[in-house]
Design a protein around this ligand. Structure first.
Ligand SMILES: CC(=O)N[C@H]1[C@@H](OP(=O)(O)OP(=O)(O)OC[C@H]2O[C@@H](n3ccc(=O)[nH]c3=O)[C@H](O)[C@@H]2O)O[C@H](CO)[C@@H](O)[C@@H]1O
Ligand SMILES: C=C(OP(=O)(O)O)C(=O)O
Length: 435
C-alpha cells in the first residue's frame, strides 16, 4: 500500500458516510479475549493497521482467530504460547502500537505472568504507564522493568481485590486494572477511574462474560472478582473521533453530509462543541445531518471573551478531536483558543496549516490561538507529512478544503486509524488518490 495521498481540494462533497467501528474500543475489547478459554465473537471491528496488528499478536500468542466476515471475528484463547510473548519477535510486534499494553492485565490475571515491550502509538509527548502498573501492583503483582531492553514484566501467584485510588483517570490504565480485577479474589474498587464510552463497553462485555462490575459510567468502579469468565458476543460502537472528523469536514468544505448511525447518546459533549464553532448540525433519528453552510461563526463566552476549547478526561472533550477543532476554526468567523492540556506535543502540526495560509499563533506547546478566515481566503494546497494519526486526518481535511493540489506523505499514520478513508471520501465526491 502506498504511503502518499494526492488531493485536489476545494470541491463540495455530498452524501452519506458511515463511521467505522471504534478503534480505541476495539483495542480494549480484543485484549479481553484473553480472559476466557471460551469463544468470544466480536463484530464491527475496523479494518485498520493498529487493530490488525493486535489481531496478529493474538494469533501469534496462540489464540485461535477465525474471520467470519468483514469486521466479524471469533477468538478462542484456550491454549497460549508464552515462548512468543518472551521472544524478540514480540518485542518488535508489541512495540508497534499503544493498545497492546492492555494485554498485560488479562495475561496477569489468567496466567500469573505478563510481558510487554514499551508500547508504540502516537508520538505526541510523554505517555507514561505508571497508572497501569500502580494498579496491577496494588492487586498483588510484582513489577520489573528491564531498562536496557525496554521490557516490562509482571508476576503474581494470585491477585487480591482492594481499594485503588488512581493517580490519573487513564483510559487504557483503567481497562488494564478492570480486566485483572475481574478475575482477582474479592472486591476491587477503582476510584478516579476513566469512564469513557469504550471503557463502559468493555465493562458491559465483561459482565456478559460473567464478571460482576458495578458503577459503570462513573469514576468509581466496583468489581467483585470471579474465578472464571466465559464466552460472549460483542459489537463495537461507531468511532466518535471519525464522527467528529466528518462534522469538521462538512463545515470546512461547505458540504451537506449525513453521518449515519452515530449512537448519539454516547457522543457526550462532541456535538455541542462543534456547535460552539457555529456549525449547524441536526440529530435525525440516529444520524447527524450537517447542511451546506457558507460560513460559521465562533461563539464567545458569556462575558464576551474569546472561546477556549480544551480537552479533559471523559465526560470532557476528547483530546483526539482537538486537531479537528483547530483546523475547522481556521475557516470560521471569529477567534478561538485551543488548549491541549493532556498531551505535550500534539499541536506542532499547526506549522503546516500556517504554510497553507491559516492564521494561527502557537502560544506554547499546549495552546494555539486561531484567527478564522471566515471562508474569505481558502487555504492553499501544499506538500506535507502526516505527523500522527489525528493531526494526519486534520491535515487531510485541510487539504480537501484547500485550493489546488496537496500531497500528504507518511499516510501510514492515517491508515493506523481510519478504514479505507480514501474510498469512503471518494464516495462522497472527494478527489483523493493513493500515489
Ligand atoms: C489506545 C487508546 O485508547 N488510546 C487513547 C487513550 O490513551 P491512553 O490510555 O494512553 O491515555 P491516558 O488516558 O492514559 O492519558 C492520556 C494523557 O492525558 C493525561 N491525563 C490523563 C488523565 C488525567 O486525569 N489527566 C491527564 O492529564 C495523561 O498524563 C496522558 O498524557 O486515551 C487517550 C485520552 O483520551 C486518547 O488520547 C488515546 O487515543
Ligand atoms: C493517540 C491515539 O492513539 P494511540 O493511543 O493508539 O496512540 C489516538 O487514537 O488518537
Amino acid at each position: 500500500m502506498s504511503g502518499t495521498f494526492q488531493i485536489r481540494g476545494g470541491k463540495r462533497l455530498h452524501g452519506e458516510i458511515t463511521p467505522q467501528g471504534a478503534k480505541n474500543e476495539a483495542l480494549q475489547i480484543l485484549c479481553a479475549v484473553l480472559l476466557t478459554d471460551e469463544e468470544v465473537r466480536i463484530k464491527n471491528i475496523p479494518d485498520i493497521h493498529d487493530v490488525n496488528r493486535l489481531i496478529e499478536i493474538l494469533g501469534d500468542f496462540g489464540v485461535k482467530v477465525t474471520k467470519n466476515g468483514h469486521g466479524d471475528y471469533t477468538f478462542k484463547a484456550d491454549k497460549v504460547n508464552f515462548d512468543y510473548i518472551k521472544s524478540n519477535e514480540f518485542k518488535k510486534d508489541g512495540a508497534k502500537l499503544r493498545g497492546s499494553i492492555m494485554l498485560m492485565g488479562p495475561m496477569l490475571a489468567r496466567y500469573g505472568e505478563a510481558y510487554m515491550p514499551t508500547p508504540g502509538g502516537d508520538k505526541i509527548g510523554r505517555r507514561r504507564l505508571d497508572t497501569h502498573f500502580q494498579g496491577l501492583v496494588e492487586l498483588g503483582a510484582e513489577f520489573h522493568y528491564d531498562e536496557e531492553e525496554f521490557f516490562y514484566s509482571l508476576k503474581a501467584k494470585e491477585l487480591n481485590g482492594k481499594f485503588i485510588l488512581l493517580e490519573e483517570a487513564s483510559v487504557t490504565g483503567t481497562a488494564n486494572i478492570v480486566m485483572a480485577a475481574a478475575l482477582a479474589k474479592g472486591k476491587t474498587r477503582i476510584y478516579n477511574a476513566a469512564c469513557e464510552p469504550y471503557l463502559q463497553q468493555l465493562c458491559k462485555m465483561l459482565n456478559r462474560m460473567g464478571a460482576n462490575i458495578s458503577g459503570i459510567g462513573s469514576n468509581l468502579l466496583t468489581i467483585e472478582g470471579v474465578p472464571h469468565l466465559h464466552g460472549t458476543e460483542h459489537t463495537m460502537l461507531p468511532d466518535m473521533v471519525e464522527i467528529g472528523s466528518w462534522i469538521g469536514l462538512a463545515a470546512m468544505t461547505k458540504s451537506e453530509i449525513t453521518i449515519k448511525n452515530v449512537n448519539w447518546n454516547q457522543l457526550g459533549v462532541i456535538p455541542n462543541t462543534f456547535r460552539k464553532l457555529g456549525i449547524q448540525l441536526e440529530q435525525s433519528n440516529d444520524d447527524i445531518f450537517i447542511p451546506a453552510q457558507e460560513n460559521y461563526k465562533i461563539q464567545k463566552f458569556i462575558d464576551g471573551s474569546i472561546l477556549t476549547i480544551s480537552d479533559a478526561p471523559w465526560p470532557g472533550f476528547t483530546p483526539d478531536l482537538l486537531s479537528i477543532i483547530l483546523v475547522v476554526a481556521t475557516q470560521a468567523k471569529g477567534s478561538l483558543l485551543v488548549h491541549q492540556k493532556m498531551f505535550e506535543s500534539r499541536l506542532f502540526f499547526v506549522d503546516k496549516l500556517i504554510d497553507m495560509g491559516a492564521q494561527i499563533i502557537l502560544c506554547d506547546p499546549h495552546r494555539a490561538t486561531v484567527i478564522g478566515l471566515n471562508q474569505e481566503a481558502p487555504l492553499r494546497g501544499t506538500t506535507m507529512v502526516s505527523p500522527d494519526i489525528r493531526a494526519g486526518n486534520a491535515l487531510l481535511i485541510a487539504a480537501l478544503s484547500a485550493e489546488g493540489k496537496s500531497i500528504i506523505h507518511n499516510i501510514e499514520q492515517i491508515d493506523r486509524g481510519y478504514e479505507n478513508i480514501d474510498g469512503r471520501l471518494k464516495a462522497i465526491g472527494a478527489d483523493i488518490e493513493r500515489i
